[in-house]
Design a protein around this ligand. Structure first.
Ligand code: G3I
Length: 332
């Protein structure tokens, strides 16, 4: 057993503490995950292409194993994600001849998918990312161009929430996005969610992915985003938190190890962020990292292929980093 205090205990009065997991890390990080985290999210295994690669031929093996891991360790579970432009499958948007399907067909397929997946984990999953990343990053358009939008029109968003609510009225339903603390995108996310609420759509929360780095976004912008979203009266969850060592436009490939200075900057940054999150504990119901320890992170290949990154509170040996100790001192 471990010497340090458990994250889930440090924040027991504030919010759940989660980690994204996958078939590899539920083996290689089991002890760390079980000790520190009381919520998990499947990193890829509940996405459309993972669970319904061919129409009607559902493949739930890996998702089921992750759900069983959560039950084994008494962890709560977030569901990720039902409707996304990425990791969808080709068949979804086409008929047998390869022509685009019509609107009614796509919405029917979406409904069947959502009902099947949400029903399978009904009662276990406390929050679903129903719709992921539909806001346009740049320009004046509110919504991102996608096959969902082109074929079904903007109403696919409201319908997705309605179908998910039909399948599990007990699950909290989230809109989830990245760059959520950049002022322009923040305002667009707010506009979308406000319009869904005004239409009476069953939406209960906003997921802030929180793919952040040592420098961006600023604490002021994070605070402004939390204020604006909380003003809608919804739950907020950080759904994919990581703290990259590199600015997004930093393309260096020659950093083999994090320096003491980088680790100290990361510790200061994590401390400042968690101080802020605790201020919003009435609105924030969980904080999920997009991984758990530096031996596995999707950032090892993104945005620079092959470059290592060290975004978490635990190092490659699963030992606490300076950032962990700074956060642990916030207890109480
Ligand atoms: O499954 C195949 C495997 O068979 C093959 O050998 C391997 C070779 O590259 O690829 C595997 O698929 C990869 C998959 O992850 C599983 O590891 C895909 O190439 C890769 O693109 C995919 O990346 C995932 C990414 O979403 C896809 O967009 C990342 O793991 C996952 O962390 C990332 O998560 C997203 C969230 O869902 C939404 N928000 C952003 C976040 C980070 O991009």
């Amino acid at each position: 057993t471990r010497a340090e205090a458990a994250l889930k205990d440090i924040f027991a009065d504030d919010f759940r503490i989660g980690a994204a997991v996958n078939p590899l890390t539920i083996r290689t990080q089991e002890e760390l995950l079980a000790y520190h985290f009381n919520s998990i999210t499947a990193e890829n295994e509940m996405k459309f292409a993972s669970v319904q690669p061919e129409e009607g031929a559902y493949t739930f093996d890996e998702a089921d194993r992750i759900a069983a891991f959560a039950r084994k360790h008494g962890m709560a579970m977030r569901g990720h994600t039902l409707v996304w432009h990425n990791q969808s499958t080709g068949w979804l948007f086409e008929d047998k001849q390869g022509n685009p399907v019509d609107r009614a067909t796509l919405l029917e397929r979406m409904k069947t998918h959502i009902h099947t997946v949400v029903d399978r984990y009904k009662g276990q999953i406390y929050a679903w990312d129903v719709v992921n990343e539909v806001i346009a990053d740049e320009g004046d358009d509110l919504l991102r161009r996608s096959k969902w939008l082109d074929i079904a029109g903007p109403e696919f968003i409201a319908r997705a929430f309605e179908y998910a609510h039909e399948a599990d009225p007990g699950a909290a339903l989230f809109y989830n996005d990245y760059n959520e603390s950049h002022p322009g995108k923040r305002d667009k996310i707010y506009t979308l969610v406000k319009s869904l609420l005004d239409q009476g759509v069953p939406i209960h929360g906003i997921g802030l992915q929180a793919h952040w780095n040592l420098y961006d976004p600023s604490l002021d912008n994070i605070r402004a985003a939390l204020d604006k979203y909380a003003s809608l009266g919804l739950q907020l969850q950080l759904t994919e938190l990581d703290m990259s060592m590199f600015r997004f436009d930093d393309k260096r490939t020659d950093v083999a190890e994090p320096t003491a200075e980088m680790l100290e900057l990361q510790a200061e940054r994590y401390e400042a962020v968690f101080r802020l999150l605790k201020e919003y504990r009435d609105a924030i119901t969980s904080v999920t990292f997009w991984g758990a320890a530096d031996d596995y992170t999707w950032l090892n290949d993104f945005p620079v292929r092959g470059r290592k990154n060290w975004p978490f509170l635990f190092d490659e040996q699963h030992d606490p980093k300076p950032a962990f100790h700074r956060i642990a001192a916030l207890k109480g």
